[in-house]
Design a protein around this ligand. Structure first.
Ligand code: UFG
Length: 328
């Protein structure tokens, strides 16, 4: 397949690109490098550009004979989406709609979309299945849900095939050690704890210790980024015209913030200084996915089923890349 990967130089995108190339696909990465890293993808596969440059996208679709698009490019900071919703609605929705129009002009009808657990908001029941009502509580989740809805309409009317993959907490790094997680600013729990273990931060602050969970801290479903990448490939390979796929992607098991801290201490052999702080606005107490639907339909199953194994890969990346992609 000739695949265009938007946002392919980002954290999850670069892992998908590596896997697609390994499996023999013809891959082109389109990334504006605002958050992505040049070093995260092979240079001969990278086209630096923004989603708003539709004429360039038109040209690429034709020249590279693109069959399918995997669309990662998006802004993903939940807190920022609340204070600057315009940025999120514009980039995540308007730019995606204009990408979809380019695809329509050129008859590209296979689309895999990075969606998120944030489309569910604060669900009443766990685990979260695909039937769980989607009521996002921030502009980030709302912008992703709006794209899901637009894609459903396109699929119906124009016989596209599309998959919306709703990631829970993407984590870990490629076990080969060459790519990993490097965000500026970093807001995600596992890299922050690792940085505290390395002495790069004074401590990890736990956002809330009074939740109604066994140890009082929030529970999340951490899924390895290479397992996510595999799900994209399976979806791409199985999509048929007129077909919609909606799948939740997690490992079906949750870990509390305190459990994740203990796991990082066990993996790194270092004591992590902890500070207990107030809740972070908008954090649901528990988010755990059911992955039964994608398992049944596509045969996907997570290879990393334990937080320790996931953290080992993250630690391998952070240990060998103390400055992320600027380490060399
Ligand atoms: N947390 C802390 N201290 C920190 C950072 C995080 O206690 O310094 C806690 C959070 O409160 C949360 C858990 O660790 O309970 C995980 O937090 P992350 O910020 O790593 O991830 P989130 O669950 O908030 O967000 C992730 C993705 C989002 C996506 C969301 C869907 O990063 O893009 O899942 O629910 F929208």
């Amino acid at each position: 397949m000739h695949i265009l990967v938007t946002g392919g130089a980002g954290y999850i995108g670069s892992h998908a690109v590596r896997l697609f190339l390994e499996r023999g696909h013809e891959v082109w990465v389109y990334d504006n490098l605002v958050y992505g890293h040049r070093a995260a993808v092979p240079s001969e596969r990278l086209i630096v550009g923004d989603l708003s440059e539709t004429h360039r996208l038109d040209q690429i679709l034709v020249e590279k004979r693109i069959d399918a698009v995997v669309h990662f490019a998006a802004y993903t900071y939940v807190g920022e989406s609340v204070t600057n919703p315009a940025k999120y609605w514009h980039n995540n929705l308007v730019n995606t709609l204009s990408l979809m129009e380019c695809l329509r002009r050129h008859g590209v009808a296979r689309f895999v979309f990075s969606s998120t657990a944030a489309t569910f908001g604060i669900p009443e029941k766990m685990p979260i299945t695909e039937d769980t009502p989607q009521h996002p509580i921030n502009p980030y989740g709302a912008s992703k849900l709006a794209v899901e809805q637009a894609l459903a309409d396109y699929t119906h009317a124009y016989k596209w095939g599309f998959a919306a993959l709703r990631y829970f907490n993407a984590s870990g790094a490629y076990a080969g050690g060459t790519i990993g997680e490097d965000h500026t600013p970093e807001t995600h729990l596992i890299p922050l704890i690792i940085q505290a273990a390395q002495g790069k931060r004074p401590h990890i602050e736990i956002f809330g210790t009074d939740y109604s969970t066994p140890d009082g801290t929030c529970i999340r479903d951490y899924i390895h980024v290479d397992d996510l990448a595999e799900a994209h490939l399976l979806a791409l390979e199985k999509l048929q015209p007129g077909q919609q796929m909606h799948y939740n992607l997690g490992i079906g098991r949750g870990y509390s913030v305190r459990e994740v801290i203990s796991a990082v201490e066990a993996v790194t052999g270092k004591k992590v200084p902890v500070k207990e702080g107030p809740r972070r606005a908008g954090d649901p107490p528990v988010l755990v996915a059911s992955f039964e639907k994608i398992q049944r339909a596509l045969g996907w199953t997570p290879r990393y089923t334990d937080i320790t194994a996931i953290i080992e890969t993250a630690w391998n990346w952070h240990r060998t890349h103390p400055k992320g992609y600027r380490s060399k």
